[in-house]
Design a protein around this ligand. Sequence first.
Ligand SMILES: Nc1ncnc2c1ncn2[C@@H]1O[C@H](COP(=O)(O)OP(=O)(O)OP(=O)(O)O)[C@@H](O)[C@H]1O
Ligand SMILES: O[C@H]1[C@H](O)[C@@H](O)[C@H](O)[C@@H](O)[C@H]1O
Length: 378
Amino acid sequence: MPLAAEPDDTHEEGEDQQLLLAKKGEPTLEGLVVGSYCHDVLIRGGRVVGETLGGAAAFVSNVLDAASPREAEQGEAPFVVVSKVGRDFAYASAPAPARRPPLLCASPTTSFHAQFSDAAASAHAPDRELRRVHACDPIYPADLPDRRFAYGLAVGVAGEVLPETLERMIRLCRAVLVDAQALIRAFDGDGAVGHVALEDTPYARLLPRVAFLKASSEEAPYVGVETARRRCCVIVTDGRDGCRLYWDGGEARVAPFPAVQVDPTGAGDSFLAGFAAGLLWGLSATDAALLGNFFGAAAVSQVGVPTFHPKMLQAVKEILEEKIAKRSSPCINGTTFTFDRSSVHDELHAALQEAARLIPEQQQADPTNGNCGDICSV
Ligand SMILES: Nc1ncnc2c1ncn2[C@@H]1O[C@H](COP(=O)(O)OP(=O)(O)OP(=O)(O)O)[C@@H](O)[C@H]1O
Ligand SMILES: O[C@H]1[C@H](O)[C@@H](O)[C@H](O)[C@@H](O)[C@H]1O
């Protein structure tokens, strides 16, 4: 694994201007995912019921690889992951880190204990109590590659995406999508995860330069949706109820897909990546959120980072190719977005609902699933 760079915040605006022109031969829809892989320990009733690869970067990579349109039929989806782990990292050979290796640091890998309680089975209780047990180094601006990207995803889990790092992402990427959990998490002396008001953080001033901010319903009060929607499009996810989008001048509810939830971990991450993939396919934000909901539902159906059934992915790809023949242009590649539900929204939902029937097939096919038992049955 490559070694992490030393902190260095010497990049200047002028220097970044040099990067504005994409170099010949670079993929035009290349993405930049920033946030660290981590270790997740899942605990129920005082007993460890699962130990898995975690970190939004892992869930996001998994979905982007599965759902992004490919410029060529073969090969990996074009995106780079900037992530940090310690020498204790236990999942270097798992598919996401193996494809896009993290930077190696002297500090230990970020690690979370997720405590599930029976209350989590009720509709709107918080899914789990999270405690950060170890924190790896932050990701510094100098850790980001010196080139332009079509889009960026800021998906920290433990405060590793510093304000200056987000600012550099904004300079490097044409459109940046941010998970609020990267901005508003606070940790007490015991590592318990709490939240601070976004407005009180140094990230607040960057919001007008962010395209989309995604928050869970638990995080939404700290984001201040009414203020934030005047600066960027805010998406509030609400578990099995799907999500809502709020932009300056409009809002939309996007219906969920049915799922048998066994582990809610990574639902929000998978949602955001599915949403980004939808934008890459040229969908409006409200239509792209259908793909977010689809992959959120697929994520909760398995423990840890899900493995998608090839038949399901093929079905999704065929649906997108068919329905999006009527698309305008890839929104993520420009500076303006369309938000409203399109005329194909309901057709797309119905077709994806058919594909969602194939989600449980993976659970049966993958022998590593089910060994942990249900983490959080509902
Ligand atoms: N039980 C469920 N059934 C169907 N879809 C679900 C379910 N739970 C989550 N989803 C989908 O995933 C999306 C994200 O879920 P949620 O709102 O729970 O995110 P989150 O709290 O950020 O998740 P996490 O922090 O665990 O990654 C939802 O908007 C929904 O589309
Ligand atoms: O692996 C999980 C996942 O990335 C969640 O989205 C995040 O909330 C947790 O902190 C992390 O441990």
